[in-house]
Every structure is written in C-alpha cells, then in structure tokens.
Design a protein around this ligand. Structure first.
Ligand SMILES: *[C@@H]1O[C@H](CO)[C@@H](O)[C@H](O)[C@H]1NC(C)=O
Ligand SMILES: *[C@@H]1O[C@H](CO)[C@@H](O)[C@H](O)[C@H]1NC(C)=O
Ligand SMILES: *[C@@H]1O[C@H](CO)[C@@H](O)[C@H](O)[C@H]1NC(C)=O
Ligand SMILES: *[C@@H]1O[C@H](CO)[C@@H](O)[C@H](O)[C@H]1NC(C)=O
Ligand SMILES: *[C@@H]1O[C@H](CO)[C@@H](O)[C@H](O)[C@H]1NC(C)=O
Length: 235
C-alpha cells in the first residue's frame, strides 16, 4: 500500500511538473511570436495572390508556431477630412474590406479567420455561396454580431485607416508587409520566410522551413507582386 501511495504521489508530482512546463512554454511561445502584419485592399489582385497562394504557408506549416499574422484591410484607400472612406477599387472593395474587418473581429481563431479571408479573397464575387457554409463562425460573424454595414463595421474600418495612415514609413504599395514593425521591401517570397525565421527570438525550436537547407532550396522561388496607389507594377 505504501509503495502504491508514493507512486501516486510521484505520478501526481510528474503531472504537475509537466503541466507547469507546458503552460510556461505556451505563454512564452505566444508572446514571442513574430508579428507579421499585412496591410492590403480586398480587391487588389496582388494582395489576393499573396493572401491566397503564399500566406497559406504561415498557417499550414510549422511557421504557424512562430508567426502571428495580422490583417489590416485598408491599404491604398483614402480617408477624407469628413471621415469618408474612398476605396481604390470602388465601393465593392469598401464593402469587402468591412466584411473582412468584421470577420477579424468576430473570429478570433487565427486559422479559421484566415480560412474565411482566404476564401473571400479567392472568390471575391461569388464568395457568399462559396465561403459561407452555414458554419457557426459564419453566422456569428455576419448576423448575430451586427457588424457588417453597421456602426461597428465602420468603426473597425476607421481603426484600420488610422493604423495604416499612422505607419512610418508610409506604405508605397500593397500588400504592404511588416515584420515586427519593420517594412518588408524585398518583393521576394523566399526572403519573407527567411526574414520571419531571423526575427524569431523565442524559445520554441525553429520550424524546419527555417533551416539553411530549406531556405536555400527556395532561393529565387517566387516574386511578390505589388500594386502602387495608381498603377500595378510587377517586379
Ligand atoms: C497577434 O497580433 C494581434 C494584433 O496585434 C494581437 O492582438 C494578438 O495578441 C497577437 N497574438 C499573439 C499570439 O501574439
Ligand atoms: C466628404 O468628403 C468627400 C471628399 O472631400 C466628398 O466627396 C463627400 O461628399 C463628403 N461627404 C459628406 C457626407 O460630407
Ligand atoms: C479558389 O477558387 C477556385 C475556383 O475558382 C477553386 O477551385 C479553389 O479550390 C479555390 N481555392 C481556395 C483556397 O479557396
Ligand atoms: C466552404 O465549402 C467550400 C466547398 O467545400 C470550400 O471551398 C470553402 O473553403 C469552405 N469555406 C470555408 C470558410 O471553410
Ligand atoms: C489615430 O488615432 C489617434 C488617437 O485617436 C490620433 O491621435 C491620431 O491622430 C490618428 N492618426 C491618424 C493618422 O489618423
């Protein structure tokens, strides 16, 4: 009996230790994540390409463990003195920006949030039928929360306008990407992974994507295309 009781104690102790270690790592890991901000317009085709085809790696691979992607839907849009927003690609873009702002607000889970934004950016016209599958997240985001086309949706967009217009230096093009606050100028998607890997100062082990072999393999891999305020220039 005595030995079984000390075994119980030992197991209990081991569990506590394990829990403690895990929760400690969890907290440290989260606050340490590299902040990857994406300033974009919903109907800018280079933004769509980046969000749909390239950003996915930061959600679907181990890069997710070290990266916190934050979407800021305002991009090249303009805010007039009377607080009216004018969107580069017209009123429909303003609607989609606001819609995505509401999704960011009401779907906190990063992967789910991204799956909605990615789907909308992929379809853009027939997205309601393609992206909203009647899931709980969808109803919450759009109906219950009364965000879209309401004061809340407008307030969110004005907040994103403020964030975007406060950037220093000012964005020259979209998608405008910052890594821990520093602008990412390179126009090369392979560099983006390398930049995020280098920026990571946390305690978690680096994803395999960060190894020198993996980084070397993707050298020259793909170019990030960007749009300027009044024209689209491809690098
Ligand atoms: C990710 O970034 C957002 C926006 O800056 C912030 O509110 C959130 O706390 C961050 N999450 C993590 C896990 O770092
Ligand atoms: C706000 O300003 C814009 C641009 O200056 C103008 O076109 C618009 O009519 C104004 N809207 C209101 C409600 O005053
Ligand atoms: C994007 O849309 C195409 C159809 O135009 C579809 O085949 C594809 O699965 C979609 N991809 C995503 C990530 O939604
Ligand atoms: C909804 O279902 C379609 C078709 O199966 C899929 O392409 C789309 O990604 C789904 N939407 C979301 C937000 O998961
Ligand atoms: C952003 O909001 C803050 C606080 O309301 C304000 O002081 C600042 O001027 C705003 N910046 C821009 C660029 O609108």
């Amino acid at each position: 009996m005595a030995s079984s009781s000390s075994l119980t104690k030992l197991v209990f102790f081991a569990c506590c230790l394990l829990l403690f270690t895990f929760s400690d790592n969890l907290v440290a890991g989260q606050s340490d994540k590299v902040q990857l901000n994406v300033y974009y317009d919903s109907l800018c085709s280079d933004c769509q390409d980046f969000i749909v085809n390239y950003l996915v790696e930061f959600f679907d691979s181990d890069l997710f463990t070290i990266t916190n992607v934050t979407f800021v839907p305002f991009g090249n849009d303009e805010l007039s003195d009377n607080q009216t927003v004018t969107c580069q690609h017209g009123e429909y873009e303003c609607q989609l920006n606001e819609y995505e702002a509401c999704i960011i607000r009401t779907v906190p889970d990063p992967k789910l949030q991204y799956s909605f934004i990615r789907c909308i950016e992929n379809y853009t016209t027939n997205w309601p039928s393609s992206c909203f599958n009647g899931s709980a997240a969808d109803k919450q985001a759009v109906i219950s929360d009364n965000c879209y086309y309401s004061d809340l949706g407008r307030k969110l967009i004005l907040g994103y306008a403020n964030q975007t217009l406060s950037l220093n230096p000012k964005p020259d093009f979209v998608p405008w990407i910052t890594v821990n606050g520093d602008p990412f100028y390179s126009h090369r998607i392979d560099d983006l992974v390398a930049t995020v890997c280098t920026a990571y100062k946390g305690t978690a082990s680096l994803p395999t994507q960060c190894s020198s072999t993996a980084l070397a393999e993707r050298k020259g891999w793909s170019k990030l295309q960007v749009s300027y305020a009044n024209e689209a220039i491809n690098y």
